[in-house]
Ligand binder design. Structure first.
Ligand SMILES: *[C@@H]1O[C@H](CO)[C@@H](O)[C@H](O)[C@H]1NC(C)=O
Ligand SMILES: *[C@@H]1O[C@H](CO)[C@@H](O)[C@H](O)[C@H]1NC(C)=O
Ligand SMILES: *[C@@H]1O[C@H](CO)[C@@H](O)[C@H](O)[C@H]1NC(C)=O
Ligand SMILES: *[C@@H]1O[C@H](CO)[C@@H](O)[C@H](O)[C@H]1NC(C)=O
Ligand SMILES: *[C@@H]1O[C@H](CO)[C@@H](O)[C@H](O)[C@H]1NC(C)=O
Ligand SMILES: *[C@@H]1O[C@H](CO)[C@@H](O)[C@H](O)[C@H]1NC(C)=O
Ligand SMILES: *[C@@H]1O[C@H](CO)[C@@H](O)[C@H](O)[C@H]1NC(C)=O
Length: 516
């Protein structure tokens, strides 16, 4: 236990300046600490089949099919359950004991993550692993039961922030394929609780427009103003220039809030794009977060109707109409044909009411400016889709191997030239669902480039990667504060979802020669 460990640490032999030798320290760690990853053990998913019936019917090319089956088989690699010692002594572990087995993203990410799980589930649905997909949802629901919202991930040190809220999307997609009403019945109360979390307190922001009244939108806001425990050393170093304690605390909050946004880190959240210490995530109303919450409102309307909760359905329909209006008023920029993040100003951490000013829209181009296309309420408007996809085409984000995250090569992960699976997926799926033939064909081209690059990287390195360099087909991405990771949950999910949607004809080659 803790006091035994502390005693042993205090008794380690020290040199005159108080330091401990590497050998003694390693012995101490080996004796009193479990190894990284010992808290989870391999688990064979019960619904895994080597080649599931009806798997990717539109993939005719044998080479692509063989690879897709390898990607499918990776669900086995990424499937885990908690070890006996976590169950018996949860207080000795940072891992939170979820009720069911889990799918992890891979490599250093050896616990469940919130938004990653959406694309993992999309892949599992293509793999016909419905039980595993539902178990992921029930695990996340258990976090809402315990904390009131879905944590960033299933670790004790993630209890003070969430991640992009996609639980309702997971439930709708599973329901649409399985018709499981029991799932909907069990999950709806938790969804309502999560909805409250994002629409109250510090997450809720009112923008007053003199002409049209109030708009209510949401922002990311971590309930944490210290170094992130999992990145403590690097956060302290990044904060070292702040001497004033309250400024330092605010910077720690901005770091944790960027992690809550999923975009850790990006010039998107910086006032000065060459200076990480100007992170100001809490002072921004993000387009994508509000699109996700609008989707949550639409999804809850749909799910409540499914189980006959008509009052809930009616009130969420009204809420969705209000947010749609707010998104159109605050984020939409007619001249650019994009939705733009909105700056709340400079000293706004506690202020919750702001007046609308057109000049507060962030004119920089990010892939998130196009995420609203993912929602049926937007992609069902063909004229709008044509305008936005033309804007995307001319934005500079479209590269040989996918959509870049931003136009700025800052060395951060969520910037140029990195492309991330979730961003490819939401934008492509939105355009592919639209009534615009041009947008549908552009979506397919982007998806093809993304699939080719994933394939070539996989053949070259033997692994699926968390992000790719979209400038160069066949290269994985870099930058940021940790080494590029492999595995990889959401990349596998998006490749399988794209192959399900678009297929691959028998005689279309898969290599990087084809270009975009
Ligand atoms: C962080 O989360 C824990 C667990 O939910 C809670 O008890 C604590 O008050 C939170 N800390 C802050 C600073 O909000
Ligand atoms: C620290 O900075 C805050 C805000 O910038 C200011 O209000 C406060 O007085 C400063 N504290 C010290 C000790 O300088
Ligand atoms: C932005 O940050 C860089 C690096 O710290 C600095 O050199 C530059 O002067 C800053 N720009 C502004 C406008 O403050
Ligand atoms: C699936 O669920 C959504 C709710 O988000 C609904 O709007 C949509 O029509 C459904 N799709 C299918 C194919 O049933
Ligand atoms: C915030 O302050 C900077 C200067 O520090 C200024 O350039 C910028 O316009 C301000 N932003 C808003 C939204 O007030
Ligand atoms: C924001 O805070 C800074 C320093 O804390 C101060 O100099 C500035 O006047 C404040 N700006 C506004 C708009 O309140
Ligand atoms: C998947 O797991 C198997 C067995 O543990 C291992 O041999 C293989 O290298 C793994 N594949 C990847 C791509 O991680």
């Amino acid at each position: 236990n803790l006091s035994t460990t502390e005693d042993a640490f205090d008794k380690l032999p020290r040199s005159a300046n108080g330091s401990v030798s590497v050998k003694d320290f390693e012995e101490f760690i080996g004796k009193y600490f479990g190894g990284a990853g010992d808290d989870l053990i391999f688990h064979e998913p019960e619904d895994f089949a080597l080649e599931p019936e009806g798997f990717l019917p539109k993939v005719e090319n044998q080479e692509v099919r063989a690879w897709a089956l390898e990607v499918h088989a990776l669900w086995k690699n990424l499937s885990r359950k908690i070890s006996g010692s976590v169950k018996d002594q949860p207080e000795c572990h940072t891992l939170l004991p979820l009720p069911g087995p889990v799918i992890i993203p891979g490599s250093r990410f050896r616990e469940v993550y919130y938004w990653d799980s959406y694309w993992v589930i999309r892949g599992l649905l293509a793999s016909k692993m419905y039980t595993t997909a539902k178990t992921i949802v029930y695990n996340l629901i258990s976090l809402i039961d315990a904390y009131g919202y879905v944590l960033n991930g299933a670790r004790a040190y993630y209890t003070n922030r969430s991640q992009p809220p996609l639980l309702s999307s997971m439930i709708c997609d599973i329901f649409n394929q399985t018709g499981d009403m029991e799932l909907v019945r069990k999950c709806l109360p938790s969804l309502l609780r999560e909805y409250q979390f994002w629409n109250s307190g510090i997450h809720k922001v009112t923008i007053q427009d003199a002409q049209f009244g109030d708009y209510i939108l949401s922002r990311y806001y971590a309930m944490w103003d210290k170094p992130r425990s999992e990145s403590s050393v690097i956060d302290k170093e990044s904060a070292s220039k702040f001497l004033n304690a309250s400024e330092k605390a605010q910077f720690y909050r901005e770091l944790a809030t960027a992690a809550e946004s999923g975009w850790d880190f990006s010039t998107r959240w910086m006032r000065n794009s060459s200076d990480l210490t100007t992170l100001a995530t809490t002072s921004i109303l993000p387009v994508d977060l509000n699109a996700f919450i609008l989707k949550m409102e639409v999804d809850i309307t749909f799910l409540a109707k499914v189980i006959g909760e008509n009052n809930i359905a009616d009130s969420f329909l009204v809420a969705s109409q209000a947010r749609r209006k707010a998104i159109n008023s605050i984020f939409w920029n007619e001249k650019m044909g994009q939705w733009l993040d909105y700056w709340l100003g400079n000293n706004t951490t506690s202020k919750e009411v702001h007046s609308w000013e057109c000049s507060n829209q962030n004119l920089n181009i990010f892939a998130s400016n196009f995420v609203p296309l993912w929602l049926d309420v937007f992609n069902s408007d063909t004229a709008l889709v044509e305008k936005v996809s033309k804007s995307l085409k001319n934005s500079g984000l479209i590269c040989a191997a996918g959509i870049a995250t931003s136009l700025k090569n800052s060395g951060e992960q969520w910037d140029f030239p990195n492309g991330w699976a979730p961003l490819q997926h939401m934008i492509v799926e939105g355009m592919a669902r639209s009534g615009s033939e041009e947008a549908r064909s552009m979506a397919e081209d982007i998806a093809m480039g993304w699939i080719r690059s994933n394939y070539v990287v996989y053949k070259k390195t033997g692994a699926m990667h968390e992000k790719l360099d979209v400038e160069k087909c066949g290269e994985y991405g870099g930058g940021g504060e940790y080494k590029p990771q492999t595995g990889f949950g959401w990349s596998n999910g998006v490749v399988l979802a794209f192959l399900e949607e678009f297929g691959w004809p028998r005689d279309r080659k898969i290599d990087c020669e084809q270009g975009y």
